[in-house]
Design a protein around this ligand. Structure first.
Ligand SMILES: NC(=O)c1ccc[n+]([C@@H]2O[C@H](COP(=O)([O-])OP(=O)(O)OC[C@H]3O[C@@H](n4cnc5c(N)ncnc54)[C@H](OP(=O)(O)O)[C@@H]3O)[C@@H](O)[C@H]2O)c1
Length: 262
C-alpha cells in the first residue's frame, strides 16, 4: 500500500540542522512515508543524509545551510525555491547548546560570546530562514512554520540558575513565533513551537547518540527519556493535525502533544 494513503497527500517539508539527531530523523520519517523533503546540511564529513538520498533520490534534496549566515540562507532559499513553489511545513530545528558547565550569575564567568552565538543560531537562525521562505510557506496547503523550542524557553517552568544563552535563545524563538504568527495569520498561516523532550542526541549531551535507548524503569533513573526517533514520530502525528493546537498564540506542545507552559 502506498504509505501516502495514510496521510492523504504529499507534503513538501523543509528541515534545518538535518545532519543528526531530531533533524535527521524528521527528514527520514517524512521521506520514508513519501513526502518531498529539503534537508539543511551543516556538518561536514557526515554522510547520513547522502545515504538516505541514495534510497530516495526523487523525494529528498540536500541543501547546504548555515542558519547563522545570511548569505548561506539566501543561497539555500534560492536552491529550494528553484525546485518548489510551495512549502507545507518549514521546521526550524537547527540549534546549538554551547554552555557546558556554564556559570551562574554569582560566578562572574558568563561566556557572552557563547551566549550571543546561541541567540544568533537558535533564535535569529530560525527567523532568517523563515523570512527567506515565508512566501513559499504561505503558497502551500498547510502553511505551517514549526520552531523546535524547548522547555528551556518556559518562564513558568524555569528552575535553572545557569545556561543563560540556551534558555534565552529558546525564549526569544518563542517570541519570534508569536510575532511571525501575527504577521501571517490573515494569510492563513500558522506557527507551532514544539518541545522534543529530553532526547538522546548531541545537544542532549549523550556520549553516544546512536547507543540503544533504554526506557526508564522509574522517572529519574536514567538520563534520556526519548530518542530522536520517538520524538520525530510524535512530531509527525502533531503536524498532521496542527489545527488541534491553533489559537491566538502559536501552539506550544511537547512531542506527546501535551501543552507546555509559556
Ligand atoms: N536533545 C534534547 O534533549 C533537546 C531538548 C529540547 C530541545 N531540543 C532542540 O531540538 C532540536 C534538535 O536538537 P538535537 O537534540 O537533535 O541535537 P543535534 O543532534 O545537535 O541537532 C542540531 C543540529 O543543528 C545543527 N546546527 C548547528 N549549528 C547550525 C547552523 N549554524 N546552521 C545549521 N545547522 C546547525 C547541528 O550541527 P552540529 O552538530 O555540527 O553543530 C546539528 O546537526 C534543537 O533545536 C534543540 O535545541 C533538544
Amino acid at each position: 500500500m502506498d504509505e501516502l494513503l495514510t496521510y492523504g497527500r504529499r507534503r513538501t517539508v523543509v528541515v534545518t540542522g538535518a545532519d543528526s539527531g531530531l533533524g535527521f530523523e524528521l527528514v527520514k520519517q517524512y521521506t520514508e512515508r513519501g513526502d518531498r523533503v529539503f534537508a539543511g546540511k551543516y556538518r561536514e564529513n557526515w554522510h547520513r543524509l547522502e545515504k538516505l538520498k541514495e534510497q530516495y533520490p526523487d523525494r529528498l534534496d540536500i541543501v547546504e545551510l548555515d542558519v547563522s549566515n545570511e548569505k548561506s540562507v539566501d543561497k539555500a532559499a534560492e536552491f529550494i525555491l528553484e525546485r518548489t513553489k510551495g512549502i507545507d511545513i518549514l521546521i526550524n530545528n537547527a540549534a546549538v547548546w554551547l554552555e557546558h558547565g556554564a556559570g551562574t550569575i554569582l560566578d562572574g564567568k558568563l561566556d557572552f560570546e557563547a551566549i550571543m552565538a546561541q541567540i544568533n543560531i537558535n533564535a535569529l537562525g530560525a527567523l532568517r530562514v523563515t523570512q527567506a521562505l515565508i512566501h513559499a510557506v504561505l503558497n502551500s496547503f498547510d502553511q505551517l512554520v514549526v520552531n523546535v523550542s524547548s522547555e528551556a524557553a518556559s518562564m513558568q517552568e524555569c528552575s535553572k540558575d545557569s545556561q543563560f544563552g540556551y534558555c534565552m535563545s529558546k525564549a526569544a524563538l518563542n517570541m519570534a513565533s508569536c510575532i511571525v504568527l501575527n504577521g501571517i495569520r490573515k494569510a492563513g498561516g500558522s506557527v507551532m513551537n514544539l518541545h522534543p523532550g529530553w532526547m538522546q542526541s548531541v545537544i542532549g549531551e549523550s556520549p553516544d547518540p546512536d547507543a540503544p535507548f533504554v526506557e526508564p524503569a522509574r522517572p529519574g533513573t536514567v538520563k534520556f527519556y526519548t530518542t530522536p526517533e520517538i520524538t520525530a514520530k510524535g512530531f509527525l502525528r502533531i503536524l498532521d493535525e496542527p489545527e488541534r493546537f491553533s489559537g491566538h498564540m502559536p501552539g506550544f506542545v511537547n512531542y506527546r502533544g501535551d501543552r507546555m507552559n509559556w
